[in-house]
Every structure is written in C-alpha cells, then in structure tokens.
Design a protein around this ligand. Sequence first.
Ligand SMILES: [Mg+2]
Length: 392
Amino acid sequence: MTDLGRHPAAQGVQIASITGEPLSLKLVEPLVTSAATYRRRDTLLVRCELEAEGGQRVVSGFGEAAPLDGWTDEGVDDCAACLEQLQRRVVDIAVGDLPEMVGRGWSFPSLRFALEGAVLDGLARLEGLALRDLLVARPGGQMGDASAGLAGGAAATVGVQTVIGDGSVDETRRAACRAVRDGATALKLKVGNGAVSRDVARVKAVRDVDAEATIRVDANGAWSVEQALRAFDSLGPLNVDLVEQPVSASRRDELLDLAARSELDVAADESCTSLDAARALVDDGIDALVLKPGALGAPLEVRALMDYAADCGVRVVVSSLIESAVGRTTAAHLAACCDADGPHGLGVGSWLAEDVSRSRDAIVGGRMQLSDAPGLGFEPRLPPRPPTSEVP
Ligand SMILES: [Mg+2]
C-alpha cells in the first residue's frame, strides 16, 4: 500500500477534483510488442486539482496512465471508465483517502501510477520543489526536516542508454557510431533474433567503436539456457555491463540459475510483472531489475521497491513504457532518487512524433537533464486530436 497519506507534503492538502483526458500520440516508427503493433500511443493524461490552506492555494498536478498489452492486464478503456466514475465522486477529499475513493481501479497499476503521480506532482508544485526532491522525503517526516531526506535533494541529471535494434553487424556498427557521435555513453543492443555468434560479432563491433561505452544486451527472453551460457562466455571479455532477460519470463528458475552461475549481471525485465514479483526476484538472488514504474504501481510504492533492491545490492534500471513526457518525466524523477547514473531506459522521447511538452527531452552527453522548476517542471499541453479516420 502506498504511503501517500503519510507523506509530509500531503498534510492538510485536499484533492478538489480529478479529471482525465485521452492522449493519442503519433509514433515516429511503429512500436512492435509481443502483443501488437502500434502506430500511435494511446494513454490517459490525469489532472488532479489540489487545495491547500483552506482553499487559499490551488494547483494542478499531472500524471499519466499508459497501459500496454503484454505489460498490464488493464487497458486504457478500463482506466478511463474508472476515472470517469472517480471524477464524479471526488470533491474535497484528504490526499490519504485517495486509494479508498478509487476503489477497484486502485488494483490497476498503471492507473495507480497516474493518480498518485498527479497528486505528487501537485504537492511538489505547492512546495515549490522539483518532483524528485519531493520523492526523496520520507513518509512520516516533516517537510524541510533533514531527517525527512530533503536536505541533500536528488540528482538533477539521469544517465540514459541508447537502444540499438536488431540488424546486421554493419548496421549495428553504424547505429553505434551515430549514437556515440550524438553523445551516448551507454548502448543497449537488442539480441536474440539471430545466431548467438552473430550477436557476439555485433557487440564486438560496438566495442570497437567505443572502448569505454557501457554496453548492455537485451534478449527479451529469446535465448535458451545453453545459448545464454554460450553468449555469456563471449560477452564477458567484451566488458558487457548486463544482460537483460536472457531467458523467457516463464522460466524463472533458469533466469535465477543464470544469475547465480554467471559473472555477468543478469537483469529481469519481462519477469518484473508486479511489485511483488520484482521483490521476490531480489530475495531470490537476481543481479538487477528493469522496472517500468508505469506498469508497476504508485510512484511511492516503486520508490520503496527501489530502496529495498538497493539495500540488497541489486541494481535498478528505470525504464519507460513509451509514455508522453508526463509519464516519462515522472519515471525520470524516480530514477534521480535511486541510482542517478544508471544508465536508465528513459531516452525514448524521440520515439514520439508528438508530445505534451513544449520542448524535447534535453539529453546531453548521455544524461537527461531534469528541470529545477516545481513538480514535473512543465505544464503539459494537449496536441490536437487525430482525425477519426487515423485512429487505428
Ligand atoms: Mg528489456
């Protein structure tokens, strides 16, 4: 359960209204998942109006619900239906009463991420703090109290990785050259579509492009244990930083066995289907977690999981579900509170041909720059709705 009601910034603040607005953002290239191919990214922008000091101060906070087949059981329609009911019910409730008011919809992780995200953004705006500096405060503490965690604040930049899709060795080398020229310091290669030897040759080509870069590979569960072990033998000497989901999420024991046997760090991505699943992987010896906060739950719940993983020596990679700037920036502020160097899977704003922020994500030298302005750091604006004929 989330600690939202106990957050120091939530004391005496009321939720005056919650509204939702559908977003349908055009993608630069179709997004292919195991479940479907998308030309647009359909999500819900949530606006939460907060009142403080008996209604003297009113701000709006923003969150985003971005369910995605294969990652969430709920769809956009389920979240929209819950929001519509909620819209009618919420009038001046205490922040801590939100979960109860949402009822059944609170079991939808993507909606929980959006609703609590919107409230936290609003609370940060009320406090005049960047969202990341609100997220580091400890529930039960006092705002401005050093023990609440606000003294140091969180990092203002977050390391991000550039994804290199499947391709020939030459195509992979060219993509790596382009990325490094653009300032990337961390490269993640999609592997597992061809022979292991071809993937190893691709990684070697990227290592030849940049001897210093952080290189990761993501098999999306495509390898067998034998293929994974063969790949690991060759990838180790190439100084690969970690291997994401070498074997299928349905083979949990094999994944953990690989993590135990291999010198290379093994990360669970598709296996992190819920906060509980991710926590159990930490307990059972995984090396790293790839967390998509937008598919897992409320930001403070995700934050607690990150702390738990860190305490257990497990690395966390925060990753986007290809949300608009609202969801993506919420995830980036979460990343800034754990291991800001990452690198994290958040450099994907350029996948969208349209967005709700006025400016593109600023990524300089492989680091995403977060605004110091209160909350998320920008006011979202809705792009024009697509003509109905264009909606898939
Ligand atoms: Mg992955």
